[in-house]
Design a protein around this ligand. Structure first.
Ligand code: S2G
Ligand code: ZN
Length: 461
């Protein structure tokens, strides 16, 4: 056993230092599949003090640490390929405090997102950041990637609900940022630096999350749409008439894959695009307004067909048509683009992107879906069965470079919500300026002067 491992075992009980190949494989990766995991070991701290001791040990041993939450990331941000020690937060999963006056929950970083959502419901409140991986992702990872998901159009992103965060920096310093205050004008708001930092500035160990009132009688509709312009017209109309909580879209290819994996066809009509709209119905007038909106959309030719959920079960079935896409594609190890433009630019951008993909991916199946209300499109390029993974990733990387040129023209982002990690690192300089990237490098040196925190993610130090 190397001296490094021996010294690590002095820090934590042996059952919380994992070195079995199956553990190294499991904890050394996230949902990406193109990066071979190869950590030295996996550490499972149970307290802030143990995380601090791990950081100090890593500085002394000059060993890199890769923070690890639910490992549901899609850009390789939690991948350990070079003998790093993975620091898994899964043993730090306590709910520490609920404050009914502040309407906040303070939790350890390893609390599963769905557990936090359930804890809020038990208090009659609501934690509104939501996505398909809610049952696996952890709040620490949600903060580190500033996770978005399916309700951003109404509730914003994780950082918008972050009232306070406790972080261990790359020197072992514990920072308590903002401490749950609503107002605090005392210099730089460091909590917002850690949100979206992808584990490169500090290890998130605790968080105080704001809660809100539950949505009033949420209702769900799925509709068939003939083209993207109609989709955007329908979006503008529904947003003007209803208190939306979600506006998602997916293509016929996406629907076909979900139906092939047990999804329930919403109606007989078929169309190239589908939208899922969720909105609150606080009163009868709003329910009537929703029907009127659908009828108006149908009269305008924007909507071909539609179904409104008549029960919670049916609402879940309709949501599954959207949320079941990722799982239905998983066996084809898709290359994922997760891009965003300003909502006003979606139609023009989409036309350019569809032309690019039709030209460059003539033989690949490309599945489109996403949070069109946020200007966030997900494009999963499915690997042809006969194509080797490495060749596929290389080919998709080439096209992603072209996609960046289209994004530059439309002022968009190469990563809307999945982060940069390893996958989008080669393209960071197409979206961020050299000055910005240099400033980010300098900031990393301030928080992680020894370069031990998730090195190689986002950019090379
Ligand atoms: C979504 C989840 C991951 C993916 O479905 O909104 O963010 O791209 C994605 O399949
Ligand atoms: Zn998404």
């Amino acid at each position: 056993m190397s001296d490094v491992l021996a010294s690590l075992r002095h820090l934590l009980p042996s059952e919380r230092v994992l070195t079995e190949p199956s553990d190294l494989e499991h904890y050394g990766r996230d949902w990406t599949r193109q990066y071979p995991p190869a950590p030295l070991a996996v550490a499972l701290p149970e307290s802030v003090e143990e995380v601090q001791a791990l950081v100090r040990w890593a500085v002394e041993q000059n060993v890199a640490l890769v923070p690890s939450g639910g490992r549901t990331g899609l850009s390789g941000g939690a991948v350990a390929m070079h003998g790093e020690v993975v620091v898994s937060m899964q043993r730090m999963h306590r709910i520490l405090d609920f404050d009914p006056i502040d309407r906040t929950l303070t939790v350890e970083a390893g609390v599963i997102t769905e557990t936090l959502q359930q804890a809020a419901r038990e208090k009659g409140l609501y934690y509104p950041v939501d996505f398909g991986s809610r049952g696996s992702s952890q709040i620490g990872g949600n903060i580190a990637t500033n996770a978005g998901g399916i309700k951003v159009i109404r509730y914003g992103l994780t950082r918008d609900w972050l009232a306070g965060v406790k972080v261990v920096t790359g020197t072992g310093e514990v920072l308590e940022c903002n401490r749950g205050l609503v107002k605090n004008a005392t210099g730089y708001d460091l909590r917002h630096l850690f949100a979206g930092s992808e584990g490169t500035l500090g290890l998130i160990v605790e968080a105080t999350m704001r809660l809100t009132d539950p949505p009033r009688a949420p209702q769900v509709m799925v509709m068939a749409v003939p083209d993207m312009d109609s989709l955007m017209q329908a979006f503008a109309m529904f947003r003007a008439r209803l208190p939306l909580t979600a506006f998602e879209f997916f293509t016929d290819k996406a629907l076909a894959h979900v139906l092939a994996h047990g999804g329930k066809r919403p109606f007989d009509s078929e169309a190239p695009y589908y939208v899922l709209v969720e909105y609150e119905t606080p009163d009868e007038a709003t329910s009537e307004a929703a029907l009127a909106a659908f009828e108006h959309g149908a009269e305008q030719g924007w909507l071909i067909d539609g179904v409104m959920a008549q029960s919670e079960t049916q609402a879940a079935e309709l949501w599954h048509l959207r949320e079941g896409i990722t799982e239905s594609l998983a066996s084809r190890t898709p290359y994922k683009n997760d891009v965003s433009v300003r909502v006003s630019r979606v139609p023009a951008f989409l036309a350019d992107m569809q032309a690019l993909f039709a030209r460059e991916y003539p033989d690949f199946e490309v599945v489109w879906y996403g949070h069109i209300g946020d200007g966030n499109l997900h494009i999963s390029v499915l690997r042809p069965e006969a194509m080797a993974m490495q060749d596929f990733v290389t080919e998709c990387g080439r096209v992603t470079g072209m996609l960046c040129e289209v994004l530059q023209r439309h002022g968009g982002s190469i990563s809307a919500e999945h982060g940069v990690g390893l996958l989008k690192k080669p393209y960071l300089d197409t979206i961020r300026t050299p000055a910005e990237i240099e400033l980010m490098r300098q900031m990393k040196r301030v928080f992680d002067p020894h370069g031990i925190l998730n090195p190689g993610k986002l950019f090379d130090s």
